[in-house]
Design a protein around this ligand. Structure first.
Ligand code: C2E
Ligand code: CA
Ligand code: CA
Ligand code: CA
Length: 275
């Protein structure tokens, strides 16, 4: 409580005002950075569970902020979504990722996260075709990661978009599987190639019975649907061993490699194996 004699309400009002100002400043900085392309992609390997050979790398965006250094998506993706900047940032990300991947070994694919704004925009199909033509990346080397919440608005339209992209050879992964609120039926009616088990479950393996049950049921579901499963957030050998025992297809996490800029050295290492 402040001792300047002003009421709690005024203190609250001041706080709200300065928070709104902070946000406005962030939106303006973000707009300028999107125009100047002040972002970087870091890549994290996704490895085949038995051999630990990298099969793909997930592109994770970072903001090279003019004064605050490198910012992580949690600090700006939400703001970008709400301020209408995500479509432009998403397009930049997709193009950068495909251009990078075009110079990798041919067996290494790239996984790109899509945002709800990109889905809603209606321009996704054309912009993906454009990016593939421009970068020369073969469509089968691109995987798109989506979350369930972004599919269920305009469901029929999205299903059509999905099918058209899949016809090109692009694959789809359902991200953060298990944490959403959508009904199982409506999600699995989309022709996914892969389910990604959320880190919140992986991190509690193998000790926590509830997480073991979730993982086991995702594995059963995936076999029934004939889709692959990737576990995210694998940090320990125990987690890796447990997931291998469950028949997991691929693994991603700090144990295998942290997200990092993808330079020539990594490019060479990618052919040899994770870590
Ligand atoms: P996500 O798609 O679930 O990405 C995985 C996040 O988990 C990444 O955080 C990654 O750095 C982190 N991670 C990976 N392995 C481990 C691990 O073993 N332990 C721990 N503690 N964390 C691990 P990051 O890069 O901060 O990204 C956060 C989220 O931001 C992503 O979650 C994704 O939803 C979103 N995001 C990132 N890049 C993009 C993008 O280009 N476009 C869109 N639309 N969203 C993005
Ligand atoms: Ca992802
Ligand atoms: Ca994820
Ligand atoms: Ca996650």
């Amino acid at each position: 409580v402040k001792s300047d004699g002003r009421s709690g309400f005024h203190v609250f009002e001041d706080e709200m005002r300065s928070r709104a100002q902070d946000r406005n400043r962030l939106v303006n900085e973000l707009r300028a950075s999107v125009a100047r392309g002040e972002f970087e992609l870091h890549y994290q390997p996704i490895c085949e569970a038995e051999s630990l050979r990298p099969r793909s790398a997930e592109a994770l965006v970072r903001w090279r902020h003019p004064t605050r250094g490198l910012l992580y998506p949690d600090e700006f993706i939400g703001v970008a979504e709400d301020s209408g900047l995500m479509e432009a940032l998403g397009r930049w990300t997709l193009e950068r990722a495909c251009a990078d991947a075009a110079s990798w070994p041919a067996e290494l694919r790239v996984a790109v996260n899509l945002s709800p704004a990109q889905f809603r925009g209606g321009l996704l199909f054309d912009s993906i075709i454009g990016v593939l033509m421009k970068t020369g990346l073969p469509p089968h080397r691109l995987e798109l990661e989506v979350t369930e919440s972004m599919l269920l608005q305009d469901r029929e339209e999205n299903l059509l978009l999905f099918r058209r992209l899949k016809d090109l050879g692009i694959t789809f992964a359902l991200d953060d599987f298990g944490v959403g609120y959508a009904s199982l039926g409506s999600v699995v009616s989309f022709p996914f190639d892969k389910l990604k088990i959320d880190r919140s479950f992986t991190s509690e393996l193998p000790g926590k019975p509830a997480s073991r049950a979730v993982v086991a049921s995702i594995m059963t579901l995936a076999r029934g649907l004939d889709v692959e499963v990737t576990a995210e957030g694998v940090e320990t050998m125990e987690q890796l061993a447990y997931l291998r025992g469950q028949g997991i297809d691929s693994v991603q996490g700090y144990l295998l490699g942290r997200p990092a800029p993808f330079g020539p050295l990594e490019r060479a290492r990618a052919v040899v194996g994770c870590k």
